[in-house]
Design a protein around this ligand. Structure first.
Ligand code: 3PG
Ligand code: MG
Length: 376
């Protein structure tokens, strides 16, 4: 008999119990010259509050645990959880937070000895770390082997929404992809070709596609070794909308706008106004939109217009809209449009992988928990 995903209700009575909650508090931080770190977006901390509150209101003692950055198995001040702990203390007073899980090499290695350390003295486990559910790490796949376990509210909602996109999307289904690295996303694009009706591609990754069409891209970001793969995707059955104009800096370092053939020394940093308008039209006519990755370097005002126009289009369309990934979520927040989309996912890689494969190591582990409900 197949097992379903255990939810908070499947934990039984949690009063007086010590519950380990795996969260994804891997938040963006800004480091000042004196080393002081400030959280620039606390979305992932706030997103864990419904689960934490559900547990504490029922009398559980909550211990949260997360990774932060990639400290590579060594204790490192620069990656300590201190700034997160301070923010958590404001949002959920009295809730404990362990030190960065990735300070221990056992976390990423999924070492049983580290799992044993984590579950010691703990009565139940809750996974609410959707953003890390694609990692088969100790704190994610280990505890459900022995402890009564559950998906937290955030994880539950992410699975409902992203799983729903796979099951029965309103059509046309448009995937809007951006961000720097095309190599990270080629697998996803290939897999999504089975699911979506059109792609819209901007951001740094568009230059490898433009190069695959034979366009000179100057000194823009371009992954030469991925050109053949991009060319193959362009020959596929799903239309791929690429920019028709580009904004950036020329060889002399001046702000400039071009068509899609960039001169020598040119560096493209954003899609141009024509592209942004064309992309907005595709988004307006969609039934479902999944957006992952900014259209350009939106942190720089000169190169924010493309991402802003696309974000506005995603906010305005009547389509069901899902935004995944830290950068796109940060862009939405910067433009104050985060309330105008149907779902902002806390996961980047995880949301893409769930769309691509329909399952994640973290979900599989929960379905194997001793208290997982029978299904089907
Ligand atoms: C993320 O921010 O993508 C998640 O927290 C996972 O982090 P990772 O990519 O370093 O595993
Ligand atoms: Mg990541």
């Amino acid at each position: 008999m197949a097992k379903g995903l255990p939810l908070l209700e499947d934990l039984g009575d949690v009063a007086g119990k010590r519950v380990l909650v795996r969260t994804d508090f891997n938040v963006p931080l800004e480091t000042a010259d004196d080393g002081t770190r400030t959280i620039t977006d606390d979305f992932r901390i706030r997103a864990a509050l419904p689960t934490i509150t559900w547990l504490t209101e029922r009398g559980a003692t909550v211990v949260t645990a997360s990774h932060l950055g990639r400290p590579k198995g060594k204790s490192d001040e620069r990656y300590s959880m201190d700034p997160v702990r301070a923010r958590l203390a404001e949002l959920a007073p009295g809730v404990e937070l362990l030190e960065n899980l990735r300070f221990d090499p056992g976390e990423e290695a999924n070492d049983p000895a580290f799992v044993a350390e984590l579950v010691e003295g703990v009565d139940a486990y809750v996974d609410d770390a959707f953003g890390a559910a694609h990692r088969a790490h100790a704190s994610i796949v280990g505890p459900p082997r022995t402890l009564p376990s559950a998906a937290g509210r955030l994880l539950q909602r992410e699975v409902e929404v992203l799983g729903g996109l796979r099951a029965k999307p309103r059509r046309p289904f448009v995937a809007v992809l951006g961000g720097a690295k095309v190599s990270d996303k080629l697998g996803v694009i290939a897999a999504l070709s089975q699911l979506v009706d059109a792609f819209v591609i901007g951001g740094g990754m568009c230059f490898t596609f433009l190069a695959a069409k034979g366009n000179p891209v100057g000194d823009s970001l371009c992954e030469r070794d991925q050109i053949d793969s991009c060319a193959e995707l362009l020959r596929g059955k799903v239309p791929i909308h690429l920019p028709e104009d580009i904004v950036g800096v020329d060889a002399a370092g001046n702000y400039a706008t071009w068509g899609t053939r960039l001169p020598d020394g040119a560096k493209g940093f954003d899609i141009g106004p024509g592209s942004a308008a064309a992309f907005a039209d595709v988004i307006a006519d969609a039934g479902t939109v999944f957006w992952n990755g900014p259209m350009g370097m939106f942190e720089d005002d000169r190169f924010a217009a493309g991402t802003r126009t696309v974000a506005q289009a995603v906010a305005d369309t009547k389509a069901f809209t899902v935004v995944g990934g830290g950068d796109s979520a940060a862009a939405l927040a910067q433009f104050r449009l985060d309330d105008d989309v149907d779902h902002v996912s806390t996961g980047g890689g995880a949301s893409l992988e769930l769309l691509e494969l329909g399952d994640l190591p973290g979900l599989e582990a929960l379905r194997g928990a001793p208290n997982a409900p029978e299904e089907g």
